[in-house]
Design a protein around this ligand. Structure first.
Ligand code: PMP
Ligand code: GLN
Length: 381
């Protein structure tokens, strides 16, 4: 692996965003909004910078942000993590995921995750010396088969790594599915790490239910959030982990050797952001609902098989109607053929070399950009 001949490894997002630039393509691949984030949040960070808040924050994050995270969870979910002992700010959700895996997983342990799963999960579990055990969500509905989940638990299972709303399928786990996960965790005495970075992105009036809010779950659950998604500032890399003091202490023990701390002025910005009124969140969901509807209808009109997402800012499709069984080949050809970039979801499976017909489009883009992408796809396919 190491040595002068070693080629750098890149994520699919880096590869596809580079292709987008090379072909001047509409980038519906990597999930980042093409707007700069709400003005009042940017102003709060800029003010903090001007006021000289530019040195290291405490390891767990500035108190104002930890308190805002607690107040947010209390307001939306009735949860009350202790802002001193039960909250740590991280360098994006990515660091929270990695720190949680390094903290909770020992060599030889198994971690069960929904498949497809966000690409950093496998890397984080592997770095911890554990093994990721996938539990497949099947097309077309991508629902959780709770019997399959239970059957995946072995003597070596340490953690259930759950993600809802789910990247890339857009599945939002229903209360019954979450209750089954909770019952299993209690019965088999498992820890749960739940990635809820898309907590505010649920459509058609659906409800996001945090796993930590279910009976028996608080003491065994680390919940992960990210400001990048909700406030359209992915480049700020402010995330967090919340939970009981003992689990968060273990996450912090690891985090101090990863980043130690990050982004003081951004933390002030996000403390302001989290205090936004309900109207902000309502407008946010309404804006994304419009974009989801446009994207789903547009892709269907062009001939994709579309799996309508319940949440997130991604839509998974099948490109089989265009004669492709291999979504990777489709995505590699797409920039030149249509001037559009998308993500082949086979990279979110353990057998990532295996061809699959599913392709993910991101709709966290302005309406005109989505329309342009759809126009190009319609003309080129
Ligand atoms: N988890 C999921 C499911 C994601 O989709 C992403 C980013 N797209 C992350 C974690 C990482 O979040 P962050 O950018 O805050 O590190
Ligand atoms: N999470 C983003 C996505 O799923 C990408 C983040 C990254 O580039 N690593 O598109």
């Amino acid at each position: 692996m190491n040595g002068p001949g070693r080629r750098p490894q890149t994520t699919i997002f880096t590869t596809m965003s580079a292709l987008a630039q090379r072909h001047d393509a509409v980038n519906l691949g990597q999930g980042f909004p093409d707007e700069s984030g709400p003005a009042h949040i940017i102003e709060a960070a800029a003010t903090a910078m001007r006021e000289g808040r530019n040195q290291y924050p405490p390891l767990a994050g500035i108190p104002e942000l930890r308190q805002a995270i607690t107040a947010h969870q209390q307001h939306w979910y009735g949860l009350a993590p202790d802002p001193d002992e039960g909250v740590t700010v991280t360098a994006g959700a990515t660091e929270a995921i990695t720190a949680a895996m390094l903290a909770l997983v020992d060599p030889g342990d198994e971690v069960i995750a929904l498949e497809p799963s966000y690409d950093s999960y496998k890397a984080a579990v592997t770095m911890a010396g554990g093994t990721l055990v996938p539990v497949r969500l099947d097309a077309p509905a991508f629902r959780l088969d709770t019997a399959r989940l239970a059957a995946a638990v072995t003597e070596r299972t340490k953690v259930l790594l759950i993600n809802s709303p789910h990247n890339p399928t857009g599945t939002v786990l229903h209360r019954a599915e979450l209750e089954a996960i909770a019952a299993l965790a209690v019965e088999r005495d498992l820890l749960v790490v739940t990635d809820e970075v898309y907590e505010h992105l649920v459509f058609d009036g659906r409800e996001h239910v945090p796993l930590a809010s279910l009976p028996g779950m608080w003491d065994r659950t680390v919940s992960i959030g990210s400001a990048g998604k909700t406030f359209s500032v992915t480049g700020w890399k402010i995330g967090w982990a919340t939970g009981p003091a003992d689990l968060i202490a273990r996450v912090k023990d690891v985090k101090q050797w990863l980043s130690f701390a990050s982004g003081t002025p951004f933390q002030y910005g996000i403390a302001t952001a989290l205090a936004s009124g309900e109207e902000f969140y309502r407008d946010y969901i309404a804006g994304y609902q419009e974009r989801r509807d446009l994207m789903v209808a547009g892709l269907r009109g062009i001939g994709f098989d579309v799996y309508e997402p319940e949440g997130t800012y991604f839509v998974t499709t099948s490109v089989a109607p265009f004669g492709y069984e291999d979504g990777m080949r489709f995505c590699l050809e797409l920039p030149e053929r249509c001037g559009v970039v998308a993500i082949p979801t086979q990279v979110f499976y353990l057998g990532e070399q295996e061809a699959r017909p599913e392709v993910r489009f991101a709709f966290c883009k302005q309406l005109e950009v989505i329309e342009e992408g759809l126009k190009r796809l319609g003309a080129g396919l």
